[in-house]
Ligand binder design. Structure first.
Ligand code: 5GP
Ligand code: MG
Length: 180
């Protein structure tokens, strides 16, 4: 698995430190509103990030699952996001935090945000581990961002290529000959 990466972009220890900081920022932002928060992870890329993040959040919460498919083997989305499995909990009048692995073109988050707003949450915020600022669209903004990264295709820490590499503990750059 390691041989398939051309380099490591973010080491596991650095990720852990930053996830803890994000959790602190989230706790501080919600303050009194944090009890009863509904976290909506965008599956499957956010699973590892979600698992680490929520263990640093010391309040009562629910997790509402929703699966979005965006890549299907290619390394670019270009408007192909679609809902594969709809939300599992009621979010009306609840504070909601979307958790996603990476904000790239914003197509995925645009779809998720529009779906969730229809259910009239009390508030809706977005937390992403990674953002590619070169492409990030103006209309989709994240309230909490772990790392801004260059425009390379990354895997590991939940991020996949063809459903592989999610279990790699660091975030690394996939060798381009593996998907070119
Ligand atoms: P967007 O819809 O913003 O273009 O892309 C968001 C989704 O595409 C992310 O949730 C993620 O699943 C996938 N994605 C975008 N960039 C990358 C990347 O560099 N590596 C991987 N593995 N997935 C990515
Ligand atoms: Mg994703």
């Amino acid at each position: 698995m390691e041989n398939d990466l051309s380099r490591i972009l973010i080491e596991r220890e650095t990720i852990q430190r930053r996830v803890r900081e994000l959790a602190d920022a989230i706790s501080e932002t919600y303050g009194e509103d944090s009890d009863g928060l509904v976290i909506v992870p965008v599956l499957s890329g956010s699973i590892i990030f979600l698992a680490d993040l929520i263990r640093y959040l010391p309040f009562k919460m629910k997790i509402g699952l929703m699966t979005i498919s965006s890549y299907r083997g290619a390394t670019t989305t270009a408007g192909r996001a679609r809902v594969v499995q709809d939300l599992s909990v009621d979010i009306a009048n609840r504070h909601v935090l979307i958790v996603d692995d990476i904000l790239d073109t914003g197509n995925t988050l645009r779809l998720v945000i529009s779906q969730l707003l229809e259910r009239r949450p009390a508030s809706l915020r977005v937390c992403v581990l990674l953002r590619k600022p070169t492409k990030a669209p103006k209309d989709i903004q994240a309230d909490f961002v772990g790392f801004d990264i260059e425009d390379v295709f990354v895997v590991g820490y939940g991020l996949d290529y063809n459903d592989h590499y999610r279990n790699w503990p660091d975030i690394g750059v996939l060798r381009s000959e593996l998907y070119a």
